[in-house]
Design a protein around this ligand. Sequence first.
Ligand code: NOJ
Length: 757
Amino acid sequence: MRKTVFCATTALAIGSCQQAEQPLDAKDPIEVRVDSLLSQMTLEEKVGQLNMYNGTWDFTGPVPEQADAQEREDQIRSGGVSAMLNVLTPEAICAAQRMAVEESRLGIPMLFGYDVIHGYKTMMPIPLGQASSWDPTVAERANRVAAAEATSEGLSLAFGPMVDITPDARWGRIMEGAGEDPFLAARMAEGWVKGFQGTDLSERHSIAACAKHFAGYGFAEAGKEYNTTDMSDQTLLNVVLPPFRAAVDAGCAAIMNGFNDLNGVPVTANAYIQRTQLKEAWGFDGFVLSDFNSVPELVTHGYSPDMPEAGKAAFLAGSDMEMESRLYERHLLDQVKSGEVSEELIDDAVRRVLRIKFRLGLFENPYKYCEADGIEIMSESHLQEARELARESMVLLKNESATLPLQKEASIGVIGSLARSKDVPLGNWRAQAVENSAVSLLEGIRAAAGSKVEFAEGYRISSGRRSFIFDMEWADPSEKGFEEAIQVARRSDVVVMALGEDCYQTGEGRSQTDVGLKGDQLELFHAVRAVNPNVVVVLMNGRPLAIPDIQQHASAILESWHAGSQAGHAIADILFGDHNPSGKLPVSFPHHTGQEPLYYNHKKTGRPVTNDFDKGLVFWAHYSDAPVEALYPFGYGLSYSRFIYSDLEINDSILRSGADLEVRVRLTNDSKIAGQEVVQLYIRDPYGSLTRPVKELKAFQKIHLKAGESQLVSFRLSEEDLAYHWSRERFEAEPGRFELYIGGNSHEVLQTAFTFR
Ligand code: NOJ
């Protein structure tokens, strides 16, 4: 029997390895080893396992109270630190690990966490873009690359995926998630977790995933960052929680809570979601991490009277590990001694943390992430993956008179400062991306089209500060650069105009009251169109935009999002027809910001608009100055192929409890070009004990068809697909009639119906 050994197999393990007094046997099941280790820990050491400490090399939240380096190191040596975040070099990570493993009494290895959201150095499209692929393997592939690069540099815990559903384009963090629909977000969540964790957490390039922010944060009132969330159990259980459940079922190692007050109880102190739902009902056995400073903020919320009470409230509610704020470290010990907190609860939290460390294989080899691994960061193959995934993430919104694909021989005027940016496509939450390392749209077009390409900047979004930490400094709209752009447009066969947002307009703390185009972009668009009506708009943005003018007047529109390191090449691949787009929107685009929150799966109301006659009347659910519908609905996206849906059939008019219903539809590629189409299946329960949404996505498939090919696409629906939470206790399908819709987006659908008994 090998004696255990927190530093047995590593080349870097030097000096005296500390060992548990009762050695752990690597052949024992993890639970046995966890218990054995726990039994040897002092209360102080246990509390240390609940402490995540900021490396202070980087700040991703309000600057914490500083501890000097010596204090920090002493604390690690005393076994008082379980994990660190934002330790940014492999050398620093490995040095800190050595301190914990070789100098603390029990030598328990630490976790090193970081915000790896859509890549580490090779940047993938932002998550909202990845979700536009409607392909969980895109999520998985993106995070496989991110995991390889992040673990290669010593990291063991990724603060992702973010699976917050949000119906509100004003909220800046919409870029970080999968959009407005729980079903699509759940499928993407599974892909993201698999990508990070691989098939076995103990592998060299698996990184522990931490799904966030549990829960409801994306429903911040008025889209204002960190704002209160107030929602029914129905919304919480049926809309907000399913992607978290999917992440947990996919084996997600950790869950991070959030900053929001949820129905009067800030989520960090919310026992119902953390204990009753996550840990008890779902059987989650990993650990819950608080968000940066969210524990002390319980006092600011007005939920806890002081810091010790805040720490206690968070811990009792199920927040196992505290990120940075150190209230557990300061007060838990006394609270156990005084009987306010039971040691059993401490043990439960510590077990959760140790379990993940064991699963990661850190007890066999605490330096596994420090060892040479042959991974080349930003290698050709990683960049190629970034290019392919970016192409899958783009959505063709308009293509009048087959403007696209463009001829490579045409003279092309590229207009807009976003087109030249090598930085904006990297997106926000960009981990260790190298500034200005993306392929710009201009570079991509030049590489694909040859020499007849002219560029004019035309507008600027910012002419000052743009950074992760501070608000944008907007450009002065009086500094117009229109003249050169107009001349370029005049001389060109076709104009490719980049419009949208700087990447620092989205992400944490980037809420906006207006989701239109900032600055003089729209004015320039009209000026350019006046001299050359052949304008292809490439959107670069991290949220749905209100762009009715562009929708009406552009010849073609390609939504590219912030597409990552290879953005320019990927966009050019689509513009010139080397790749046929197949993305579909995971969010509804509004005509006007005032429509937000806007989402397809809304309730019907007692006064929906049902026919044109009603449109003249005031007494229906509408706006008198803007449409009620989306500008582009959820699920929308075109292709260079033309797809036709026909022959929708179900094998029975009754779906019986315990049985399946087979649904078939014919999909035909009525064009001369091969392409992919996302076939979407929605249901509606027209009458229920609780009112139900007008449509709910229940299944989708991405189908590849050759030119002229036709295929029957089939789905199986079961009782579970019809079920919903009527209450906290009841998750059931209600007998009765259901409508079923199939189509290429949530709006244009074929329809049938069946009865559930
Ligand atoms: C705050 C953010 O809300 C969270 O998503 C992030 O992981 C942490 N800061 C750590 O950077």
